[in-house]
Design a protein around this ligand. Sequence first.
Ligand code: URA
Length: 234
Amino acid sequence: MRLNKYIAQSGIASRRKADELTIAGNVKINGLVMKEPGYDVVEGDVVEVSGRKIEPVKKFVYLMLNKPKGFVTTVSDEEGRPTVLDLLTDVSVRVFPIGRLDYNTSGLLLLTNDGDLAYRLTHPKHQVYKTYRARVTGILSEARAAKLRNGIDIGGFVTSKAKVEILKGTANSTIVEIQIYEGKNRQVRKMFAAVGNKVIDLERVAMGELFLGRLKEGHYRKLTQQEIDYLKNC
Ligand code: URA
């Protein structure tokens, strides 16, 4: 098996990242630095990445978590805040989140140990659309909704066309469903701020054709084979 595939299948990095690690001299085969990502790993080779022995994962795990507010989606946090991994109480393999959600955003988060799939799904070329339900301050007028739909400057970046549906509104706040096609940092919050409505609550309810459904906050489940196949074909 090619070295970059071997590393990706160990669940620590995508194939692309594995190439970078290898070229940078972080990979050893049988105690010697190997800088050639195309090296053919053979039975009995001991592969180390950054001083840690690795082995390909035999079984990939794909999970959907309903992330509550108050958790970070990084695997560790400098400020010591709880991470989404703290919620995975009976998962024995090391998984990592596909993409991210803000500390104060709740909803659908995928986790896996499949480095290749995670990389593909977060690459701008393959990004699946994401659907959010937002509660925003004040009234979201049709004119503002149209601006969000057509693309809006969120500070050096103009968003592509989005779907926006106003679900419910009072004078104080409006509940809106918004579907976006990119994943810029804090994109939904910035989009609403750009039209003058501040996000109060934000929940991701779907990624492409994968839906959060009735999964309770803080709970997680395995993806079905159909869902996994869908993601692999995105
Ligand atoms: N957009 C945001 O502003 N926050 C998220 O967590 C996800 C999308």
